[in-house]
Each structure stands twice: as structure tokens, then as C-alpha cells.
Design a protein. Structure first.
Length: 69
């Protein structure tokens, strides 16, 4: 069996090149993925902030919205 010799710097450079090519060739897919990541981070932040706020009744929400609940 042949022994493999990995050059860490060469592997890093190959990975960077491959990733750059994927980003350039699949811009829309990458942009959608990035947008989802940002949305998930914002949602997580909103949930954490909401955990520290006072609970509000359903009726109070609908009153603010101008509907009956």
C-alpha cells in the first residue's frame, strides 16, 4: 500500500481555491445561504431578548393590533 504524505499548507490552499470557485460559480446559492445564517442569528438574538421581557396577554396584543382576540 502506498503511503500518503499530506502537506498541510498545500491542502489549505487547495481548499481555499475550491471554496472561492464555489462562491464565484454559485453566487445565488451562497447569497441565500448567507442570508439564512444572518436571519437565524437575528432570530436567536430576538428570542434571547424576549426571554428577559415581561409576558403580555393575547388580548393585549390583539387590542394593540386593533382586532378582537
Amino acid at each position: 500500500m502506498r503511503e500518503l504524505n499530506f502537506d498541510e499548507e498545500k491542502i489549505k490552499q487547495l481548499f481555499k481555491t475550491a471554496l472561492t470557485e464555489v462562491i464565484q460559480e454559485q453566487k445565488e446559492v451562497f447569497a441565500d445561504l448567507l442570508a439564512e445564517i444572518i436571519e437565524d442569528i437575528a432570530l436567536e438574538k430576538a428570542i434571547k431578548e424576549g426571554e428577559d421581557t415581561e409576558t403580555v396577554s393575547r388580548e393585549a396584543i390583539f387590542k394593540i393590533l386593533g382586532n378582537k382576540g
